[in-house]
Design a protein around this ligand. Structure first.
Ligand code: NAP
Length: 289
């Protein structure tokens, strides 16, 4: 039985774990905290708390894996970000140097802001410090033979930041600072990773993992507002200033998934509306959101 380590067994990691178990992999998941590991114990795979940012802890792990997926995420400060993404990737690469490694990055590494299409070979020069750390980690892991997936904003059952914004009254449509969003349903991100593990082992490949249809933020909010019968205010003079401050420096690009589709991946939810309608809105806890 092939063995896979999912280092960062969270929202996406657990979905990937489920698919890989069904495919006949023996899966081990790692979380940062013992609490998270305990919460997801009892699944058809083992879960342990191992902090990938701690070199000694990672190097001390026994057992080997055919594949290792860095799927850890943090919402902490830049320093924490560096530890989880860069140090974490480096530690995994050192410890599991003979494994096939897949690093989950983000489309935030594309700093383009002209709304044009970007592809895997396009310039990836992020504006924000967190994006720069991701980019540095990408370069490092690719040099060691790892593949990289650049994920768009993940949404799915129980998780949609945009839906929350609308429900909480935090959404604003600001026509002067509109931009494209590149998103991916959690289950489609998981099938992309599943497919990539079945591919022959080309080293250092990058794949964008987004749905077929980038959508303008304004369009997205209008669609949600109509569906939920809510009002999303349009920026006028009173809120334009804070909105423009918030958006300054944001990127604006349409990320292509053509490379991934060319190897046989088809998203079950090709656009945000289908994903929301067929999956998320049916199950979302509107009160608890
Ligand atoms: N969410 C998005 O919209 C999005 C967009 C682009 C890219 N991505 C990428 O997709 C991947 C998965 O994201 P996600 O949304 O599934 O994340 P998530 O739900 O926040 O889960 C993150 C997981 O990583 C674990 N973790 C954090 N720090 C760790 C550490 N130092 N050592 C070991 N495990 C650690 C967490 O454990 P604890 O629960 O114990 O903290 C949790 O199990 C990440 O690489 C993320 O950067 C996500």
């Amino acid at each position: 039985m092939p063995r896979v380590l999912i280092a960062g067994c969270g929202y996406l990691g657990q979905a990937v774990a489920g698919l890989l178990v069904a495919d006949g992999w023996e899966v081990e998941g790692w979380t940062q905290s013992a609490e998270s590991a305990a919460k997801i114990s009892g699944k058809s795979y083992s879960v342990r708390a191992v902090d990938i940012s701690q070199e000694k802890q990672v190097l001390a792990q026994t057992g080997d894996f055919d594949a290792v997926i860095h799927c850890a995420s943090t919402r902490g400060n830049v320093d924490l970000y560096r530890r989880v993404y860069f140090d974490g990737a480096r530690n995994l690469l050192y410890r599991f140097s003979t494994s096939r490694i897949l690093f989950t990055s983000s489309t935030s590494v594309y700093g383009q802001n002209d709304g044009d299409w970007v592809f895997e070979e396009s310039l990836a020069k992020p504006k924000h410090e967190t994006g720069k750390i991701l980019r540095k980690a990408e370069v490092f892991v690719r040099a060691g033979g790892a593949n990289v997936v650049r994920l768009g904003g993940i949404y799915g059952p129980g998780r949609s930041a945009l839906l929350k914004n609308v429900l909480h009254g935090d959404a604003i449509i600001d026509p002067s600072h509109d931009r494209f969003l590149n998103q991916i349903h959690r289950d489609d991100a998981a099938t992309a990773i599943q497919l990539l593990l079945k591919q022959p082992r080309p080293a250092g490949e990058i794949y964008n993992v987004v749905d077929n249809q980038p959508i303008l933020l304004s369009e997205c909010y209008r669609w949600l507002a109509t569906k939920l019968d809510r009002r999303v205010p349009v920026a006028g003079r009173s809120i334009a200033r804070s909105a423009s401050k918030r958006k300054r420096g944001d990127s604006d690009k349409r990320v292509s998934n053509a490379k991934l589709r060319a190897i046989g991946w088809t998203p079950r939810y090709p656009n945000f509306a289908e994903g929301m309608e067929k999956s998320v809105l049916l199950t979302f806890d509107h009160e608890g959101a």
